[in-house]
Design a protein around this ligand. Sequence first.
Ligand SMILES: Cc1cc2nc3c(=O)[nH]c(=O)nc-3n(C[C@H](O)[C@H](O)[C@H](O)COP(=O)(O)OP(=O)(O)OC[C@H]3O[C@@H](n4cnc5c(N)ncnc54)[C@H](O)[C@@H]3O)c2cc1C
Length: 407
Amino acid sequence: MDRRTALKLFASLSACIALPPVFAAASKPRVTVIGAGIVGSSAAYYLSKAGADVTVIDQQAPASHSTLGTFAWLNASWAKQPKHYHYLNQLGLSQWRALQAELSIPIDWHGSIEWFESTQRNQRLSEQILEQQRWGERSSMIHADAIRELEPNIVIDDATVAAFAQNDGAVDPVQASKQLLDAAIRLGAKVHFPEAALAPVLRNERLIGVETNLRTIPSDFVVVASGADPQLPERFSGLPLPQRSTPGVIAFSEPTERILHSVVAAPGVHLHQRADGVVVIGEQDGPPEGQAHTMRLQNRPNRFPNQSLALQHGRQLLTRASQYFPALQELTLADVVIGWRPLPLDGHPVLGASLKRPEVFIAVMHSGVCLGPLAGQIIASELIYQIPVEGIEQFGPDRQFASTVRY
Ligand SMILES: Cc1cc2nc3c(=O)[nH]c(=O)nc-3n(C[C@H](O)[C@H](O)[C@H](O)COP(=O)(O)OP(=O)(O)OC[C@H]3O[C@@H](n4cnc5c(N)ncnc54)[C@H](O)[C@@H]3O)c2cc1C
């Protein structure tokens, strides 16, 4: 996807947004959405808006997995490589802006500031920012004085140079998922949980329903937005979806007075403060290697074994963050969770219907917060408006997955 294709893609999606629902009540296509995280909730909203008869099921509860344990940075920054994936993320940000206007979702658009400890890595960052500029991103390298102007409470060395990405933002994805589901319900969608999808119901190799632990849901299409679940996409599409899901710890403070404005990606720690005053802190490194951690993590827990271990991890993050914002040391933690990234092996989203089973649309991705609304709009465009989205085939489930380590 080059910039022209990306712009065409956005134009065709914007045109869809303006379209009225396409079906009379009797002929509405029935779509079952599996998973009510930010991706499934977005799909439910845009599908309902397009006039589909939508049923959403979640085996636990809406926004209880990755969408809870996420840092929720909205960005198209240097890590979003190569160019076609970068453009997809730029479109993701535009779609959030459109959605914000539509549903009044609170989003902090204060940009992001990022730098590294090593001079060598920071030098590479400057080169990456030049590339970003060539790709149309509003990013630049800024010095300590400019950083302090943006963040008056920050403590940094005079020699610090950082990347500032003006277009970036952050959202509360749990709240956004709720708003999306509520809006979908107002448009007629049904949301059921806890209810687990088990298998597709097929007739002559064609999908006719979804078997759950409670019933069979008659369906013309199914959207699999099951996040990091390693098996479900294959069970429904008939195609393996190789993932290498990785964990990350996220700490949430009690709401507090404004301490910081931008998303700050400092050495060893990421942080931002939401509009409701909650400071969100994420680690940059994964878990330490060792048998004890491997054992603890093998069943992919979202919670620590006990509250005191959770608080201990949260306090470590607070200590790292308070190196840069000393006021954070006094914060009270409200929650500390472990999130699991839905991560296709090549690091890129899987977004498309399977050639083998075209009624099954797979939507599994990292940066799913950034891309959720765009994914929802693409799903509605392809399944309901039947407008093929140019360029999106590069993210299809039938591609060859090569292993790439980005996160
Ligand atoms: C530590 C961390 C930091 C991150 N930082 C960012 C970031 O800064 N920016 C960004 O854009 N992204 C980030 N991500 C990634 C992002 O959080 C995810 O890509 C996104 O939340 C995925 O949303 P989802 O709806 O696909 O998955 P989820 O939120 O996991 O939702 C999937 C849902 O499917 C349900 N489900 C699973 N199986 C079944 C079944 N059989 N039947 C019914 N329901 C089922 C689950 O219960 C779950 O609720 C981060 C992730 C982590 C872990």
